[in-house]
Design a protein around this ligand. Structure first.
Ligand SMILES: Cc1cc2nc3c(=O)[nH]c(=O)nc-3n(C[C@H](O)[C@H](O)[C@H](O)COP(=O)(O)O)c2cc1C
Length: 179
């Protein structure tokens, strides 16, 4: 196989652009990218998935990817995103940062204005992690369609309900066939 020659980051995005068949089938795809290191974060992730996969969300396929496994093609082929991370040392997890490092330039031009949501978990202070994620998605020009869900300590019933709402809200935006 010959080597691909790339002129720059935008060219890379063009080379791996998704096939158009997906959208002509009338389906949208929600990609949930998460770093889930503990039961508390897993409980939040599960409720986000349950909200996104609520049967009322017609025409939306929901796909989950651990942040260390997600790649630029996953992002390009999706229409909206939910991001999940613990707070680590006042920042997002290294795993989610790795995800952004991987996809940023390949997706920079192709994913402008796509809807996203964010959930975070920490023991005492998630503000730095939230700011860090928001700085990157501002660069990507993704569009927040729900308030971030930030949970400290053991997730309460209300916190898990907020996670469900988060997943459902971002998925609902995709039923409108936004991109
Ligand atoms: C290296 C490390 C750094 C962390 N830094 C923060 C932090 O800056 N803010 C915070 O609220 N929690 C911090 N935590 C706690 C994690 O966010 C927490 O362990 C994670 O969300 C999982 O929750 P759990 O330990 O209650 O299961 C840190 C944990 C580790 C291991």
């Amino acid at each position: 196989m010959g080597r691909l020659s790339l002129d720059g980051p935008a060219r890379c995005g063009a080379l791996i652009a998704p096939s158009p068949e997906w959208h002509t089938a009338g389906m949208s795809r929600l990609l949930v990218v998460h770093h889930t290191p503990s039961p508390a974060v897993h409980a939040m992730f599960e409720r986000v998935m349950a909200g996104a996969r609520d049967p009322s969300m017609q025409g939306v396929e929901v796909m989950a990817r651990p942040a260390l496994m997600a790649n630029a093609l996953d992002v390009l082929e999706a229409d909206g995103y939910v991001l999940g991370t613990p707070a680590n040392l006042g920042y997002m997890s290294g795993a989610l940062k790795h995800f952004f490092d991987t996809i940023y330039y390949p997706c920079l031009e192709a994913t402008v204005n796509r809807p996203y949501g964010l959930f975070l978990h920490g023991n005492n202070d998630t503000d730095g992690a939230q700011r860090a994620v928001e700085k990157v998605v501002t660069g990507l020009r993704w569009r927040a369609v729900a308030a971030p869900v930030a949970v400290r300590g053991e997730p309460t019933r209300e916190a898990l309900e907020a996670c469900w709402e988060l997943g459902a809200t971002v998925a609902a935006h995709l039923t409108l066939h936004e991109s």
